[in-house]
Design a protein around this ligand. Sequence first.
Ligand code: SAM
Ligand code: SF4
Length: 341
Amino acid sequence: LTRNEIIEILKSPVAQEGTSFSDTDNSLFTAATATARALFNSTVFQRGLIEFSSYCRKNCHYCGLRSSNTELLRYRLTHDEIMQAVDNAHALGMGTIVLQAGEDEDVNPHFVYTVVRAIKEKYNLAVTLSLGDHPDDVYRLWRDSGADRYLLKIETSDSDLYSLYRPGEHLYDRLNRIETLQRLGYETCSGIIIGLPGMTAETLTDDLLLLSSMGLDMIACGPFIPHPQTPLRHAEQGRLVESLRVTALLRLANPAANIPAISALDSLSIIKKNEGRVLALNAGANVIMPSITPDDVRSRYAIYPGKNDPACTGHAAVKQLQHQVQQAGFTLSSQAGSSMR
Ligand code: SAM
Ligand code: SF4
């Protein structure tokens, strides 16, 4: 598709708000899921997300973990607590562990090194790190520990919006870091937030084209969900149909990439439980990444409202999601689901 054709798709009329879609959208989603089903044999890879620290030195305007949010009760897991969560993830059939956190200055890089080593020694699981911006030698240390993948989103390809929402930061630094991760041999994942204020169909198209040109192994795109303790508290949430269109277009442009059904989809106000992630699988996604963070702290990893619902245990939430994914005709895989590239 050309840039103009993508813009036209992104601007095309929406059937109605909710979970019914226009014929054009349904054709797009069907083509994308058919591509994914053919390549991955209708398999969905499962990554267990362990959110081990909610401390962050950064102040991103969109995120509830931002350092200026003094209302958040912060936590940091110990080595043993993380390993307990890894045991749970393994028992639930996850083939990958994703270690995610805010940029916590009190977590020593060697702590992450020993955790990755311990996971690798205990289980044959792939390990993805999602720990934000760090110096090259830290990325090298973690790669040496055995970490297989790194997730670092560009968030937006618009450098002005990037610097606006990530004070003091520049898009070119983020892009350089992604290249460093690729050079170090990580399977590399990037992505965007869909529907941040100021984003247009043109911005999204440029995001899509940039992400598709980066040689990524995984591409993660989910809707913006406003958080009440951030400067974007009054902004509108991202639109479901836009997220699904982007997911489908990314699948068609990057057939072999791993594309997760992002949990933020289930925090959209129009969505019933887990329906958003199932819709994304039916629009070309092939990965789920449920939170396996311990129950006593998981609701405090409050990036956006609705993440890690305290009304439900992590175990029950995973079981329910797994059931819904199977009901939708997908086979759950406990394999690592490494990059086809
Ligand atoms: N601190 C690391 C970083 O920023 O890469 C990893 C953790 S950060 C919470 C993970 C992702 O959460 C970010 O890349 C961003 O895309 C997403 N995120 C943060 N706030 C969000 C919001 N309000 N709505 C949707 N996604 C959000
Ligand atoms: Fe920190 Fe990441 Fe949230 Fe930014 S997006 S405030 S770096 S946790």
